[in-house]
Design a protein around this ligand. Structure first.
Ligand SMILES: O=C(O)CCC(=O)C(=O)O
Length: 332
């Protein structure tokens, strides 16, 4: 592999064939694991009466671990500006982006990255990304935020405020769906210390998309993830033994239940297995915000949700411990 090479650079070098390190094994290839037709993910409008929203969200979180939120109050103009500053950053000359290179193997997660192989058998994903913390203010390090375009910070901070508002609302609705008091999930996730992390995903056109994956199947270790894609589809969810493609819905928030909510709810809400596929002509981009507890937070099934007939399905541990185990593929 051309270790260190960015996917964006590879993609625009005029490759006709996909380099071997990106070719997935037979059982993972999109050409052999096509999404089913005619099944669509739940769409939930927040403008409905609260009891209806609670019911719909609890059902979607239990059956899918995923839903699209509409009428959430984030303006289409802000989403457009967020996407524009991200796009402009990725259009910068490679040297300018490399100034922000991350180094996850040495614990430096924030910045510009490409997922590299850990060993010879592991395949590489067709993606470059930019990752940084957005909240709480005490955890933000602006040195990791793009300085260019100059409006990046202002736009992203505005989006951060809005996503924080919506994630708090979603956590309240999900709490009510478990017959808990409104602040139960937020409180268990660190209250006002809840962290928001931005990951801008950039999937350049791929010469043989039927053989590659943008992001391989995974569940998010966060509590919830709120994502806005550009208009190029690619997200797929695992549901009832099949992949289901999620259609683009302008300005909707693509909301994933992550591992921490699955654990707190003792499995009532499902952490959704998902992947992203790439395509030959167009660049796909997505802006994922991971909403996660601070590392020292103890997370386990909520006591109100367990009893003799419904014992805890998960062990209780700090989020830091959970994350370490997940990164290193150790049992939880
Ligand atoms: O781009 C997408 O739609 C999915 C991205 C994703 O799953 C991730 O960044 O973890």
């Amino acid at each position: 592999m051309v270790t260190g090479e960015r996917i964006q650079a590879l993609a625009f070098a005029g490759l006709k064939e996909l380099p071997a390190q990106f070719v997935r094994p037979d059982h993972e290839r999109p050409e052999n694991t096509k999404a089913v037709e005619g099944v669509t993910a739940p769409i939930i409008s927040l403008s409905q009466p609260r009891n209806v929203v609670v019911k719909e969200m609890a059902a979607a979180a239990s059956e899918w671990g995923f839903f699209l939120i509409t009428d959430h109050g984030i303006s289409p103009e802000l989403i457009r500006r967020l996407q524009e500053v991200g796009r402009v950053f990725f259009e910068l000359p490679i040297e300018e982006k490399e100034a922000y290179s991350n180094d996850p193997s040495h614990g430096k997660f924030e910045g510009y990255g490409t997922k590299m192989t850990k060993n010879h058998d592991e395949k590489v994903e067709w993606i470059d990304y930019f990752f940084h913390v957005m909240a709480p203010p005490s955890k933000v390090n602006y040195q990791f935020w793009p300085a260019n375009p100059p409006t990046y910070r202002e736009v992203t901070e505005e989006y951060n405020k809005e996503v924080l508002r919506v994630t708090e609302e979603v956590l309240e609705l999900l709490s009510e769906g478990l017959s808990l008091e409104r602040k139960a999930l937020k409180g268990s996730l660190g209250g006002d210390e809840i962290e928001l992390e931005m990951k801008i995903n950039m999937y350049p056109p791929c010469p043989q998309p039927e053989l590659a994956l943008g992001v391989e199947p995974h569940t998010d270790m966060s509590a919830i993830t709120v994502l806005v894609p550009n208009d190029v589809p690619g997200l797929q969810l695992w549901k009832d033994g099949h992949w289901v493609a999620v259609d683009y819905l302008p300005n909707a928030l693509f909301t994933h239940i992550g591992d921490q909510i699955e654990i707190l709810s003792n499995g009532k809400y499902k952490s959704v297995l998902h992947r992203s596929v790439v395509n030959k002509e167009s660049t796909r981009m997505s802006w994922a915000v991971f909403c996660a507890p601070p590392p020292e937070t103890m997370i386990g099934p909520l006591l109100d949700l367990v009893d003799k007939t419904n014992p805890p399905k998960f062990s209780t541990k700090t989020y830091a411990e959970f994350r370490y185990r997940k990164f290193n593929k150790l049992p939880q």
